[in-house]
Design a protein around this ligand. Structure first.
Ligand code: ADP
Ligand code: MG
Length: 703
């Protein structure tokens, strides 16, 4: 008796070799096999009398062989077998190339179902059709699955294996969806779903099947995330009481936007609710998320808690530090910048504030002091990169963890940082405007505040997607911008030959050198790339920010953070190599000051698809719209990264299209869990088990 976990070799016709090949497709068990969903389908249901055939159509024809097949050799060493088939309405040529055996396997007077594409305008023929004797149809007259294949596995073989797999599993599939959920959302039974997703009885049956399976997948995902969350709700968070935020607001050089205010209020509501906050603050580039974090940090400090702020790059950490430490100093907080890359220490003083910058080599003493300050609780805020996660960084009274640009950190890293304290409040800032569908999934265990409003005075960045022929004009334009006192970013992607990673330093340096010597000998061009020492990078950024350089050539290190309001122009070379969301991030580097800003996307030989993609950028400045477009064009892979998120992958639900279904699944999960919060009721046993299975390699274990 087979089980879902039985190895696929159980199936007749699958031996060692094929099992190995199937493994490459991620198929090892029977469950994997039947969950290997078709990539597409071929509709072989259309059956026509011969008289009604039209050229180019894929059809089934029921016809009788009317002549003994003949075989001939043709030039090129090939054989051709010909015969003729008839029905009540007409006759048709049947032709096979290199299938000599057909000569003896087709018999005059027998009726077959042929399937193929009709060729020939006047005299119709079917070339190399599929055929089956009437009455024993498996491959014709129905909608057939088409699977993605790998070497050693043919379409027919896999189709047959799945057929057998389905037969073997029929009695075994537990319906994890509770009956009432299934009924309420008009979902079909599990066996029907599996059967029809592979071998649909009709297009409607396929839709039903797919819907059921996608729903189930999203439902399981939501249940899993909700269980993770509810476990968190059992613990209490760092205790906070309400304090007036007025001193904070009045220390700011501007008034917060309504959206910022709302996000701050959401967060404070969480922190005073007794359990640990787990909130995502999502807002487009420049929407002012840093100030939301600052408000929370200040609030935590008022309640006697330390905060840690983790940024994905050193430059960004530094910038946060430079924004926050004067503000906090005005508000009487002590602040430490902790960025250590190779264990090098550099100490920098600001009035009234103890600031430490921890990097690589020297001054172990200062680093020790900062660590001591954190452990003793005398440092209120610690800003840094993922270095904040290392073992020797201990906090005396860590109450709030803020991670910026969260999509670059995985769920796992987020979890690692939160381990630095019992159950700290967590605030996640996401600069990439992830489409709502994805946010719900990736951040399904988080509450979300959306900052859907930019600070006043922001203007649209005019964007142009241009080909190589425009380069002289672009250069003239850049020169004009600089002459008007503005600055320019030029971003080059790493262009390699696919296998070897290009030498980033060489490529960018050579580009900048050429630009300086040949194009802009009279302007000041500087270079920034990821291989530079942190100190060098910082120097280049400072020089540029101070206006002592006109053009900054860089790799994507400028993507996040940096704030240079005087920069009005962002040029992206080989723009086709970037995702739209990334381009949007890059574009966000300009348009931060008063002056009109521009973004120029260059690509050498833009394909139709590239043109279409880049056009989106010229059309809108709305990050959410852009990421939605990205999702449609490139699929969710880009957002998810290499499973870095630590969540189960989706096999059938399509986040670009299944928004409505996701919402349905989420509301169903919410309702079910409101009745049985830990799925402990016996009838929910299969569901709980399946959720556990799916989440077994997630950072937090499900037990
Ligand atoms: P992001 O959401 O991309 O992290 P930042 O927090 O870096 O955005 O803010 C972008 C810029 O807008 C900063 O220079 C910041 O000082 C400024 N800013 C933030 N909030 C406001 C506001 N309410 N009014 C005016 N300027 C603001
Ligand atoms: Mg930011």
């Amino acid at each position: 008796m087979a089980e879902l976990s039985t190895n696929v070799r159980y199936i007749k016709g699958i031996g060692e070799t094929r099992a190995k090949a199937l493994e490459k497709l991620g198929i090892t068990t029977l469950r994997d096999l039947i969950s290997y969903f078709p990539r597409s389908y071929e509709d072989r249901t259309l059956t026509r009398p011969i008289r009604d055939l039209t050229e180019g159509e894929n059809v089934c024809v029921r016809a009788m062989i009317a002549a003994d097949p003949t075989a001939h050799r043709i030039p090129g060493g090939r054989t051709i077998v010909r015969t003729r088939a008839v029905d009540e309405t007409g006759a048709l040529d049947i032709v096979f190339f290199n299938q000599e055996y057909r000569k003896n396997s087709l018999h005059r007077g027998e009726i077959y179902i042929f399937y193929g594409k009709v060729e020939g305008r006047r005299r119709h023929q079917l070339v190399n059709p599929l055929l089956e004797p009437e009455g024993r149809q498996q491959l014709t007259g129905r909608i057939m699955p088409i699977y993605s294949l790998t070497a050693g596995i043919s379409q027919l073989m896999l189709t047959q294996a799945v057929r057998q797999g389905l037969d073997a599993c029929r009695e075994l599939l537990p319906d994890v969806l509770p009956d009432e959920v299934r009924r309420e959302h008009r979902l079909c039974y599990i066996n029907y779903a599996y059967e029809n997703v592979h071998f649909p009885d009709s297009p409607e049956a396929l839709t039903q099947a797919r819907r059921r399976l996608a729903f189930e997948e999203l439902f399981l995902l939501t249940c899993g995330l909700r269980l993770l969350r509810s476990r968190r709700e059992d613990v209490s968070g760092p205790a906070c009481r309400k304090v007036s935020m007025d001193p904070f607001y009045s220390a700011l050089p501007f008034t917060l936007t309504d959206a910022q205010r709302r996000a701050v209020e959401d967060a404070i509501g969480d922190m005073t609710a007794g359990r640990p906050m787990n909130r995502l603050c999502q807002g487009d580039v420049g929407s002012g998320k840093t100030m939301v974090a600052a408000a929370c940090i200040w609030f935590a400090a008022q309640n006697g808690w330390q905060s840690a702020l983790m940024a994905p790059t050193e430059i960004l950490a530094r910038q946060h530090f430079e924004t926050l430490s004067p503000l906090m100093a005005r508000l009487g907080l002590t602040c430490a910048l902790l960025v250590f890359i190779i264990g090098y220490i550099f100490v920098k003083g600001l009035p009234h504030v103890t600031c430490a910058l921890l990097t690589g080599s020297t001054r172990a003493r200062e680093r020790r002091e900062t660590l001591a300050g954190l452990a003793a609780g005398t440092v209120d805020l610690c800003i840094g990169t993922h270095a904040l996660l290392t073992g020797d960084v201990q906090y005396g009274r860590l109450g709030l963890v803020v991670t910026d640009e969260q999509h670059r950190f995985g769920v796992n890293q987020r979890a690692a940082l939160s381990q630095k304290a019992e159950a700290p409040h967590m605030l996640v800032l996401s600069a990439t405007p992830i489409p709502r569908t994805l946010a719900l999934v990736i951040y399904g265990d988080l509450d979300v505040s959306v900052i859907d409003q930019l600070p006043p005075g922001r203007q649209k960045v005019d964007t142009f997607a241009l080909g190589e022929s425009y380069r002289p004009r672009v250069n003239a334009f850049l020169r004009k911008q600089v002459q008007e006192g503005h600055q320019v970013f030029i971003v080059c992607p790493l262009v390699g030959d696919g296998d070897t990673l290009p030498d980033e330093r060489k490529a960018v340096t050579a580009y900048a050198k050429k630009l300086q010597e040949e194009t802009f000998p009279d302007l000041r061009v500087s270079v920034l790339h990821g291989k530079m020492k942190p100190k060098e990078k910082e120097k280049v950024m400072e020089t540029f920010a101070a206006g002592e350089s006109d053009i900054l050539v860089s790799t994507t290190v400028v993507e996040v953070g940096v704030d240079v309001p005087n920069a009005t122009c962002m040029v992206v070379e080989n723009a086709e190599r970037f995702g739209l969301s990334q381009l949007h991030q890059l574009r966000g580097r300009v348009g931060r000051g008063q002056a009109k800003s521009y973004c120029i996307l260059l690509s050498e030989h833009p394909s139709e698809e590239t043109r279409r993609r880049l056009k989106v950028m010229t059309r809108t400045n709305n990050g959410f719209e852009i990421s939605q477009e990205d999702l449609h064009l490139r699929g969710p892979g880009d957002f998810f990264g290499q499973r870095q998120h630590g969540l189960p992958t989706l096999k059938i639900a399509d986040l670009a299209c299944d928004m409505q279904l996701l919402e349905e699944a989420q509301s169903a999960a919410r309702e079910l869990l409101s009745q049985d919060g830990d799925l402990s009721q016996p009838e929910h046993r299969p569901l709980l088990e399946r959720v556990r299975e799916l989440f077994h390699d997630t950072a937090d274990s499900m037990n």
